[in-house]
Ligand binder design. Structure first.
Ligand SMILES: CC(C)(COP(=O)(O)OP(=O)(O)OC[C@H]1O[C@@H](n2cnc3c(N)ncnc32)[C@H](O)[C@@H]1OP(=O)(O)O)[C@@H](O)C(=O)NCCC(=O)NCCS
Length: 275
């Protein structure tokens, strides 16, 4: 085991000093408390609480994540369906998402296809459950579910992020949504989009995406800035300033390239060609 002063090993670290091994002890203590309050997570947490060494602890956790969930499928199904039963608004939003994907994705043969095969849809519904847990104060459970969804489906969505209905995460792969992000209704987001912070702000630091926006593949929208209703962000753009409503922005950094006609709804039409 490597020992020594942490400040020497990680120059520039501002964390409060801890004795060697103390962090692992804290991890064990926190896990014991969580296992008692969330019994369904106990089999996973046993990898921590029952580990004989810190190496066994770390190796066990990494292996369990890489091998995916340790929770049995029926328990997970019971938790998720319990959340959906208790919060009917989630099912209403999910239904609007199903219809939105069917209407917007030209490659979509039907609603069951969306439910069974589209990982963007599946990730969004798992996020809705994680967000409910987050609002109910079950934050560790919410984080755990969110991490699992990210490993399995691709999109990495913070459980605190607020997402409206009739939203499409097309393809899903590589999408990152930060903690204080807001995504309103009728938005379409393509693969590899980041809705993130600049790294210079704290607190409310993530984008606010208004109704009917379409965000093209690979776009990065950074900071607590607003993308106005019914606007488009071109593929590959880096957006650092607010975008007015009904506007297309493109480039690095993004600038306005077009003002829309009033009848255009970019997200709903997934229209990438109209002039
Ligand atoms: C931005 C987009 C939606 C078109 O929107 P639009 O409002 O119809 O814009 P236009 O096609 O009129 O283009 C306006 C200008 O922006 C430029 N532009 C368009 N997309 C751009 C991009 N991604 N990067 C840089 N410039 C871009 C155009 O060349 C045009 O420039 P010009 O006026 O000098 O000719 C489309 O180009 C786009 O990026 N779609 C995303 C598609 C996607 O993610 N596909 C992945 C599928 S898997």
């Amino acid at each position: 085991m490597v020992s020594g002063n942490k400040a020497e090993k990680y120059p520039g670290s501002t964390a409060a000093p801890m004795a060697d091994g103390e962090a692992w002890d804290l991890v064990r203590a926190e896990s014991g408390i969580l296992a008692a309050s969330e019994p369904v997570m106990e089999p996973t947490l046993r990898l921590i609480t029952h580990a004989r060494t810190n190496a066994e602890l770390l190796g066990g956790i990494l292996a369990s994540r890489l091998a995916l969930a340790r929770i049995d499928e029926q328990s997970l199904a019971t938790i998720l369906s319990g959340i959906f039963d208790a919060d009917p608004d989630i099912l209403i939003a999910a239904e609007a998402d199903l219809r939105a994907v069917r209407e917007r994705d030209p490659a979509c043969p039907g609603l069951m296809h969306v439910l069974m095969n589209l990982k963007g849809f599946q990730a969004l519904q798992t996020h809705r459950a994680a967000h409910r847990l987050w609002l109910d104060g079950r934050k560790e459970m919410a984080n755990w579910l969110s991490n699992l969804a990210s490993l399995v489906f691709g999109p990495d969505i913070h459980p605190a992020a607020r997402i409206g209905s009739a939203v499409m995460l097309d393809h899903g792969s590589g999408i990152v949504v930060g903690e204080t992000t807001v995504i309103e209704d009728q938005v379409s987001i393509l693969q590899n989009v980041t809705l993130g912070g600049t790294g210079k702000e704290t607190g409310d630091r993530h984008p606010k995406i208004r109704r009917g926006v379409m965000i093209g593949a690979g776009a990065k929208i950074l900071g607590n800035i607003e993308v106005g209703a019914y606007s488009k962000v071109a593929a590959g753009s880096v957006v650092l300033k607010p975008v007015p409503p009904r506007t297309t922005v493109a480039g690095v950094p993004a600038t306005v390239v077009r003002i829309h006609r009033v009848d255009e709804v970019p997200a709903a039409e997934m229209d990438q060609t109209i002039v």
